[in-house]
Design a protein around this ligand. Structure first.
Ligand code: ADP
Length: 155
């Protein structure tokens, strides 16, 4: 039987600057073009307590209060994408944290210059992706198979 069970998932979030600049479609397009599958999406204003949990590893950094304020400055678009090695490849599609070091062709490399406004978040490990998905989509994500496409992609 063909293996169609690539269930690795990552949490991608278009940050308030990305939403305000109308880049949601562009970011979705890049994940779709690559061959990844969207399994959850929502536009919402991020709650402070959830942001603090999401970024808890950075709570000691000087920019932490600015980061939380930035993430609350407008709506975000939270998404869950699924597919083969989507965590690692999702980070490649985003580019380096500092947009000045992001390669052209990446989202940050093509669309921004400021680390404090770097358009999008992507989970940095499979384990963190699982925690972030539970944190931002506590009701779970949609289970669906792309019957036609997956049989072509993964056979
Ligand atoms: P990434 O988002 O690429 O995983 P980090 O987890 O290191 O990067 O940082 C989380 C977010 O914190 C970054 O995406 C960026 O928005 C913000 N950030 C990181 N470093 C700085 C900094 N030096 N100044 C301002 N904001 C920063």
């Amino acid at each position: 039987m063909a293996s169609t069970e690539y269930t690795e998932r990552t949490y991608i979030m278009v940050k308030p600057d990305g939403v305000e600049r109308g880049l949601v479609g562009e970011i979705i397009k890049r994940f779709e073009n690559k061959g990844y599958q969207l399994v959850a999406i929502e536009l919402f204003k991020a709650e402070k307590t959830i942001l603090e949990e999401h970024y808890k590893d950075l709570s000691g950094r000087s920019f932490f209060p600015r980061l939380i304020a930035y993430m609350q400055s407008g709506p975000v678009v939270g998404m869950v994408w699924q597919g083969k090695e989507v965590v690692k490849t999702g980070r490649l599609l985003l580019g380096a944290t500092n947009p000045l070091e992001s390669a052209p062709g990446t989202i940050r490399g093509d669309f921004c210059v400021d680390v404090g406004q770097n358009l999008c978040h992507g989970s940095d490990s499979v384990q963190n992706a699982e925690s972030e998905i539970k944190l931002w989509f506590p009701r779970g994500v949609t289970q669906w198979k792309r019957e036609r496409l997956d049989s072509l992609l993964y056979e």
